[in-house]
Design a protein around this ligand. Structure first.
Ligand code: PMP
Length: 286
């Protein structure tokens, strides 16, 4: 079965999908994207992902080329054209093709690209063991709330952890936790779940919202506020959240154990509740 992707109005084998070299996505990284997890062939939290797409597009002044209903239909079609029950749907909108000039050109058509990859969530063994992370100074720009395809900072920071075989790079800016190179971060201290607020320094994660929603509904003690580097380094638990990692425990940070070096009790409870939440969501969508 050839891998079918969507480009500017057509589904085609990936080998046939070509973008002109003057696409501003290629030249400037001028575009935004989304990644929607699909479980049992149904998109999870689609409305929220489409809302965030609209937010990113508004911020960089690209008119959304599709209505939510059109996006939903495109996603349903690409899911249909792939075998897997669980898929990760990537789609991006770039400003389009124009002679190279920094200012936004007028009257060009955005380039729309969508692909599906198998959704690989952490294995039970990894959930059980937790993962290693390192930390670094967050030197990215001040618009981290935009889900931009310009990910050079994120890629460079992620590579630091890849270099030492760690799963993520946890980031601090001016002595405060922001997020990780491709995940949001929660900590637990004295049974309180802490995470930084959604501002311009972090990506407003869809999984972040789900975890907070579950935590509040199940009466975890939650504080959304600035979290200091010291609080992270002395945390009882650290969690990563993202659409593909779901909720994952960090068991070492910069080579030192987090808490007792094992996924903690609140993580275990949250992980189970997250799985349950997904199941219920899928049943409701059926
Ligand atoms: N922060 C960053 C920098 C990300 O790239 C991502 C997505 N991979 C997240 C947080 C988590 O967002 P979501 O839960 O919507 O996947």
């Amino acid at each position: 079965m050839p891998d079918i992707v969507y480009l500017n109005g057509k589904f085609m084998p990936i080998e046939e999908a070509h973008v002109p070299v003057l696409d501003r996505g290629f030249i400037f990284g001028d575009g935004v994207y989304e990644v929607v997890p699909v479980y049992s062939r149904r998109a999870f939290r689609l409305a929220e992902h489409l809302r965030r797409l609209q937010y990113s597009l508004d911020k960089i002044r690209i008119t959304n080329p599709h209505s939510d209903a059109e996006w939903a239909a495109l996603i349903a079609e690409i899911v249909k054209r792939h075998d897997g029950e669980d898929q990760s749907i990537y789609f991006q909108v770039t400003r389009g093709v124009a002679k190279r000039d920094h200012a936004f050109p007028k009257g060009i058509k955005p380039t729309v690209f969508m692909m599906s990859n198998p959704l690989v969530t952490p294995s039970p063994a990894v959930v059980e063991s937790g993962v290693a992370c390192i930390s670094a100074v967050d030197y990215r720009w001040l618009n981290c709330d935009i889900k931009s395809v310009s990910l050079l900072g994120n890629c460079m920071l992620r590579q630091l952890s890849a270099d030492v075989g760690a799963t993520e790079t946890i980031l601090f800016r001016d002595g405060k936790l922001t997020e990780a190179s491709s995940s949001n971060v929660f900590i637990v201290k004295d049974s309180v779940v802490l995470t930084p607020p959604k501002d311009h320094l972090v990506l407003p994660g869809i999984t972040y919202d789900v975890v907070l929603e579950i935590a509040r509904a199940r009466e975890f003690e939650v504080e959304v506020r600035g979290v200091t580097e010291g609080e992270v380094r002395s945390a009882d638990e650290i969690w990563l959240t993202s659409s593909t990692k779901e909720v994952l425990a960090v068991t070492t940070l910069d080579g030192k154990p987090v808490g007792d070096g094992k996924p903690g009790p609140l993580f275990r409870r949250m992980h189970a509740l997250y799985q349950q939440f997904k199941q219920e969501h899928m049943r409701a969508a059926a």
